[in-house]
Every structure is written in C-alpha cells, then in structure tokens.
Design a protein around this ligand. Sequence first.
Ligand code: MG
Length: 233
Amino acid sequence: MADTPPIPGSTYRVHDLARPVPPVVKPAAEDGGPPSDAVVLFDGKDLAAWEGVDRGPARWRVERGVLEIVPGAGNIRSRALLGDCQLHLEWAAPAEVRGDGQDRGNSGVFLMGAYEVQILDGHRNDTYADGSAAAVYGQFPPIVNACRAPGEWQTYDLVWIAPRFEGERLLQPARLTLFHNGLVVHHGRALLGPTLHEAIGAYAPHPPRGPVELQDHGQPVRFRNIWARSLDL
Ligand code: MG
C-alpha cells in the first residue's frame, strides 16, 4: 500500500504490510492469571524468585499457596529486575483487625525498590490520604478508595514507566497507572521522586531496571499470584 500516507515518527505507512505484526502471547485461562510471557514472581509454591533486602534468603512464610509476611523478617525483593513493566499482585489485609491507621494491614510494593504503592487495610480505617491503600506513598492518594474488607483478596494491576535519566539529569519522571480491584485509581501519574516517610525523595540516577520489593511493616499481610511482564524489551 505504497499510496497511503507515512505515519509520523515511524518508517511505515498507514496499513503497511511490511510492518511486523504483534507477537502472540497466550493469555491465562482465567483473568488475573499469568500470561505466557509473564515473569512469575509467586505462584503459590515457594520464595525462589525472592531474596531478603540484605541479600540473605527471604524469610516470609509460604503456606497453602499463600505468601505471608513474618513480622520482623524484613522486606523482600524479587531476583528479577524490571524496568517498564506490567505488574499483577493480589493481597489481603489480616482478617483479624488489629491496630489502626498506618498500623493496620500495612505493607507496600516498591517499584524498582524505591517507589512505594501503599498496601493498607483501608476499610473503615482513618489515616492520612497520601498513606491510603493504593496511594503513591507520601505523594498522591488514589482517586477513590476501592478497598475490600479485611481478609478479602484484593488485586493491584499496574503499569509502570521507569524514570529516564541522562547523566545526572532527570529526563522524564516515573509514571504509574494503577487499577485497584479493577478500578482506575492512578492514571499516568507522574511521581515526584522516590517515596519516603515524612519526606519526598529527590530523583537520582539509578539503573534502568530494579527489583519489585514487598514491605514488612510489622503486620501479617498475605499475598498470592504475583507476576510481571517486561515492557522494555
Ligand atoms: Mg507501606
């Protein structure tokens, strides 16, 4: 179709038959399951895909297909390093409600080990907005509170675009799109920097890929079905 217009920013024309077609990826039999190109981080069996943040073994509990935080064991991180990615994980706050605010069902998922999406029992639990479940911790509350009750399984599906650096200079901030239990709660959110407690981190150059890190905040939050797809191939 040599008579069709060129596509801006591309070497192809509209409807170009020379343009490669998308690779085939087999989706899971059920929604939420890992597709054929996923990096499976936790499938219910063991912690082989994880290590402790101190590079020792990950010392969380795996029982009946579920990963549970052992309070005091410390954060764990994936051995796989990811840049731009899609990430799916399922989590549940403890069914037995204890504590309040940030001390109730608190954990978190740190993209690249530095940028935290908050995990918290956000069901009838008052806390500061930017520390809510699904918040970019310390920066942006989610658009809505989509939390299920404590003990119930919840899903995060996110698209992460890693920050870009040129030398010491930030070219492009990290961007996050997040679905919580199927609801959009962040859409192309530009992060202000690494997330911190009572502060906002300053962007500093780091490798283009990093681990997915899960937080031990002292409460036995549970996880299952964790997988990612790299988007920067
Ligand atoms: Mg947290």
